[in-house]
Design a protein around this ligand. Structure first.
Ligand code: G3P
Ligand code: MG
Length: 304
């Protein structure tokens, strides 16, 4: 395994039962090969509020999470100051159904609390300290709501809203998808966001409820049942393919490029690997260090 890969890239906790049931979504699809063609029209890639025009997207992973506590407003502010062109955040649901920014299923590592995030009400979550674990300078930094982020980002920063499997509820009315879509529509940001998820049930629902808001598959091997990337994108009527640098291959790049499917790769913090991926032609990279990524992109790509 490459040394750049950090614990931050660990897989989400998805139950085996759900993985197997979700894999059924793909069982009727063609097998992956370089000749697979895209079968649907892609929703347009979101408009970039900040864009240096080089055709490559610098994405701040969980905000500028190398410099400030991940998924908090200080990390968003820093990413903005560093001219990130998109910010990726993770979204979970409080016990009273409010979308909040948080990555882990449990609050233990990233706050001063203990237990599963989904068991906390919004009020209880907002009383937690989500900053001290990173640095005492951030003591008392709260967990933001998605609504707070949208208000901050409106007309200012393009967002990749990654919806975590822990926010899925079987009853649609209690689940995350309609809540996130309603917020994005309330703030008129449908062309300023890209949805994504490792949970293919969430992607299927997003496509059903809001097909015009772009959504990218976050490649997950079990649900993908060994199908190639275009087949997976087809089966979910998705608009992009987001993938771990550990799983991404030259062959997949060719297949996706042939179908003009945008490819975003996570999480890359080493200059050499950033440069290699940019040369390979990926549309964007998620990094905890968006300032470093922007520097490398400027070196590798011709100035427009
Ligand atoms: O969305 C890209 C990346 O964030 C997915 O992995 O675990 O960092 O949310 P993770
Ligand atoms: Mg994420």
């Amino acid at each position: 395994m490459n040394t750049i890969l950090s614990a931050a890239q660990s897989r989400p906790s998805i139950s085996i039962a759900f993985l197997l049931s979700s894999a059924l979504l793909l069982t009727s699809c063609q097998s992956g090969s370089s000749s697979v063609e895209l079968t649907h029209e892609l929703a347009p890639f979101p408009s970039l509020m900040i864009d240096n025009g080089d055709g490559f997207v610098v994405i701040a992973h969980r905000g500028a999470s190398g410099y400030a506590p991940e998924n908090t407003m200080p990390a968003m502010e820093l990413a903005y100051e560093m001219n990130a062109e998109m910010i990726e955040v993770d979204v979970m649901l409080s016990s009273d159904g409010v979308p909040v920014l948080f990555h882990d299923a449990k609050v233990d590592e990233l706050t001063d609390g203990s237990g599963n995030l989904k068991d906390f009400t919004l009020q209880e979550l907002q009383a937690l300290d989500a900053g001290s674990w990173f640095d005492e300078a951030y003591a008392g930094t709260p967990i933001p709501t998605l609504e707070e982020l949208l208000i901050w980002a409106q007309g200012k920063m393009t967002l990749n809203i990654e919806i975590k499997t822990e926010a899925y509820r079987e009853a649609l009315s209690e689940s995350v998808e309609p809540r996130v879509i309603a917020l994005v529509e309330q703030y008129d940001m449908a062309d300023q966001v890209l949805f994504s998820s490792f949970d293919y049930r969430i992607l299927a629902r997003l496509n059903e409820l809001a097909p015009s808001i772009p959504a990218a598959v976050l490649y997950e091997p079990v649900q993908s049942v060994r199908k190639g990337p275009v087949t997976v994108v087809n089966s979910l009527q998705a608009d992009g393919f987001n993938c771990s640098v550990r799983e991404y291959s030259e062959q997949w790049q060719q297949e996706l490029t042939q179908s003009s499917i945008p490819v975003l790769i996570y999480t890359v913090n080493e200059r050499e690997q950033m440069a290699e991926l940019i040369q390979r032609g990926v549309q964007g990279i998620f990094s905890d260090y968006p300032d470093v990524l922007a520097e490398v992109a400027a070196e590798e790509l011709p100035t427009p």
